[in-house]
Structure formats: structure tokens, C-alpha cells
Design a protein around this ligand. Sequence first.
Ligand SMILES: Nc1ncnc2c1ncn2[C@@H]1O[C@H](COP(=O)(O)OP(=O)(O)O)[C@@H](O)[C@H]1O
Ligand SMILES: [Mg+2]
Length: 263
Amino acid sequence: MTARPPAGLTVTGLHAAYDRLQVLHGIDLAVAPGEVLALVGANGAGKTSVLRSVSGLLKPAKGTVKLGGTDITSYGAEKIASLGLAHVPENRLVFPTLTVEDNLVLGGYVRRKEGGFAERRAEALALFPRLNDRILLAAGALSGGEQQMLAMARALMSDPSVIILDEPSLGLAPKVVGEIMTALGILRDKGLAVLLVEQNVRAAFKVADRVMVMDRGRVVAEGTPADLASDERVRAAYLGGSSTSSSGVAAPVTPKAGTAAGS
Ligand SMILES: Nc1ncnc2c1ncn2[C@@H]1O[C@H](COP(=O)(O)OP(=O)(O)O)[C@@H](O)[C@H]1O
Ligand SMILES: [Mg+2]
């Protein structure tokens, strides 16, 4: 096995296109170990395309993606996953007819080093204890929130140093969203680099250390949740305006607390 590369994700000057439609126009971002970076912005802003470019599902037209010290820009998705980057896509791609247990086992096949299966399984289940009670059920029988937890647990079976997530809160009840954000805070506190794409700004701001706002393929604002929540221009243009809006910006809580359980 090769040596474990240093953790963290760095994206520089990233351009990407679908056929001739250019959708990313030079994205720069970095997520350090022990940090949650939230990427927010309206539908169609390019958030998913950033994640797909990072994980090797969309070939960048220009720019570089580095995982630790390694330039992974030209690598395929499987290779990137094996180097320690886990992508939890938007649609919770669990295997519905397989049990929770077998979904975890499959997640364990992509990994950076041999062995450690039992430890990773125990850690993943400790993060989402309700999966313990469902372990022999078909994944398709789980609630949406439990499927999201399973998708995350499965991603963690690869022992990643970087985890990227596409709208994990989509369609879930506030209580479950809170549990998922709390889990992300715990992973951050364990030293993972977390890149979180969310349209649920309120939830994202509770856990994020830093936030970047995207619009039409560009980063148009960035800062701490507190910075952005107090920036009237950013709020009005990109974050749903008024502070009383349910999708708008909540007063940020201390991001490092790891206790971001929601509302
Ligand atoms: N498979 C695709 N083929 C063509 N255009 C796409 C495809 N996926 C996304 N797009 C376009 O790329 C732009 C960015 O989309 P996306 O990255 O999904 O944004 P977001 O995740 O912020 O909603 C949008 O204009 C969208 O219509
Ligand atoms: Mg998207």
C-alpha cells in the first residue's frame, strides 16, 4: 500500500462543462482537516457540478483538484475514492434490496488500507445508532432520514479523509436534519475535511466553519456563517432575504461545538 496522503481538499481554477455548456467558471476552494465548508446557492448554481468534478464523475475542463498533496484532477472516480475521498450523492444511492449490513459491507470494499472493517463498522454505527436496530432490514424499507444516514455510514466505511455531501437534508424532517448536521460536526471534530452542499442554509450555517455562496458557476461570497448572516447584500441576493424566512439564515451557533442538533 502507498503511504496515506495528507488530508484536505484543494480546488484551484476549476472550470467544467456539460458538452458545450460551461457551468463552472473558475472555482477556488480549500477544505482543511477538521473543517466544515458549506457550499450554498440557488438551484442550478453549480454546487453538484463542483462535487462531481472533485470526485471524478465530471472531468474538469480546466483547473486542478488536489487531495492532500496528490493531484487527482485526471483520476477516475474509483481511484479517487480509494485515495480517501468519499462522495455521498444527492439521491442517497443505497442498495434498496440489500440489508443495511450488506450496504455497509459493500462500502468497506473501497478503502485506503487493508483491514479495520470491524472498527469502521462500529464507528459508523456509533455515529448513527438507529441503524443498529435496522441492521438486518432491507435498505429500501428505511425512512428517508435513515437512508441518508446509511448512505453516510456506507461512505465512512472507506475510512475517508475527506467527505463531500450533496444536500443530505433534502426532504427530511427538521429533527433528522439536526441529527445529520450533528454527525457532520462529529466527523469534523474527528479530523475529517467536510465539504457540505446544502440548499438548507439554516441547517448548513449551524455546522459550517466557513461558507461559500455560489451563483451561476462562480463563488460570489464567502466567510464565516456570522459574516454572511450579517451581510445584508448577501442575505438579500442569495440567502433568502429576511431573517424570519424559514429557508433563511439562522443566527449561527458556535461552529466548533459539534452539537449542532437542529431546532
Ligand atoms: N447532466 C447535465 N447535462 C447538462 N447540463 C447539466 C447537467 N447537470 C447539470 N446541468 C446544468 O449545470 C448547471 C449547474 O447545475 P448543478 O451543478 O446541478 O447545480 P446545483 O447543484 O447548484 O443545483 C445548471 O445550469 C444545470 O442545468
Ligand atoms: Mg445540486
